[in-house]
Design a protein around this ligand. Structure first.
Ligand code: C5P
Length: 308
């Protein structure tokens, strides 16, 4: 254990899934996935202050709409409790989250909060844990937390927590359209199961990765990357939010290289050539400009940006 700090600021990225293949659920209801993640420069920030009491307190400063729990169910608080329980920490902490990733939007904002809290508290409490240990703890908090810790572009298999870094051209530019409202990830997976049962689909125990997409990323072939964007949860998300179909079509028709529902939605992500092209696609799609954000990836995973 090295020395701790009084105040630590950490950031962690939101993500898009460039491909998301969904397989069979296990006994806990978790589905086997093969997904290509990319970390975006749309980030969450967690400030951790040393506390006098043993309490873990939480405040949220949200730049986006949507309600986030501030009680013990919050993923950042659960990250703090897990780290304390596993590493014999008795100190408390005061956490403050600044949210920029849409709430329940399919971009893993909550997972980014947990990842940023883990790296911030690791430093605050002077634990100095190896990255691999933090990823292992992260996997217990949620399937997307290990990727928020790792960042970059990566293939996720298993529940999405088993990661292999991938080569990708940089930067990739994305138009993110937050259509408003939220989609519950468990509800989207349930809808996926219902659709699979209805269509009598045989689901893979472990779906194969999209090798063509991985090759397109390695080759830096933007058109092929755009054409390969695909989300196995899209039909389920569109069943729950049919009104997403029109803006998705509009982004595709407006000259985006490709567009898809991000993760479990409802955020829509369109790949474009650069920022200028982003502005053209937003205008041509007729999307409300204040619902659109331009983001680039890949960016690093959760990291400490200030400590004193
Ligand atoms: O792991 P996380 O808490 O982010 O997952 C939220 C929910 O999404 C899970 O409770 C489960 O219903 C669903 N899920 C799944 N298969 C995965 C990841 C998540 O069914 N691989």
């Amino acid at each position: 254990m090295s020395g701790g700090a009084r105040r630590v600021v950490a950031t962690a990225p939101g993500k898009v899934n460039l491909s998301l293949r969904v397989g069979a659920p296990d006994e806990r209801g978790y589905h086997a996935l093969a997904t290509v993640f990319q970390a975006l420069d749309l980030t969450e920030t967690v400030q951790a202050h040393a506390a006098e009491s043993r309490e873990i307190s939480l405040e949220i400063d949200s730049r986006v709409s949507g309600a986030v729990p501030v009680d013990a169910s919050n993923l950042a608080v659960r990250a703090a409790e897990l780290l304390r329980a596993e590493h014999g920490v008795t100190a408390g902490a005061a956490l403050r989250i600044t949210k920029r990733v849409p709430v329940a939007g399919g971009m893993a904002g909550g997972s980014a909060d947990a990842a940023a809290a883990l790296v911030a508290l690791d430093r605050l409490w002077g634990l100095d844990l190896p990255a691999e240990r933090l990823r292992e703890l992260g996997a217990r908090l949620g399937a997307d937390v290990p990727f928020a810790l790792l960042g970059g572009t990566a293939l996720g298999t298993g529940t999405g927590a088993r990661l292999v870094p991938l080569a990708a051209p940089a930067p990739l530019t994305w138009v993110l359209l937050a259509p408003g409202g939220e989609l519950s990830t468990p509800a989207v997976f349930e809808q996926f199961d219902a659709l699979a049962a209805q269509l009598d689909l045989a689901l893979d125990l472990q779906p194969p990765p999209d090798e063509a997409q991985i090759s397109a990323l390695a080759a830096g072939d933007l058109a092929a990357i755009g054409a390969s964007l695909a989300n196995g949860l899209e039909a389920a998300a569109l069943r729950l939010r049919p009104e997403l179909a029109a803006p998705l079509r509009a982004l595709r028709g407006a000259g985006a290289l490709g567009a898809l529902v991000s993760g479990s939605g409802p955020t829509l992500a369109a790949l474009v050539r650069d920022r200028e092209h982003a502005a053209e696609v937003i205008a041509a799609s007729g999307a409300e400009a204040d619902r659109c954000t331009v983001a680039v990836g890949p960016v690093p995973g959760a990291r400490v940006i200030e400590a004193d």
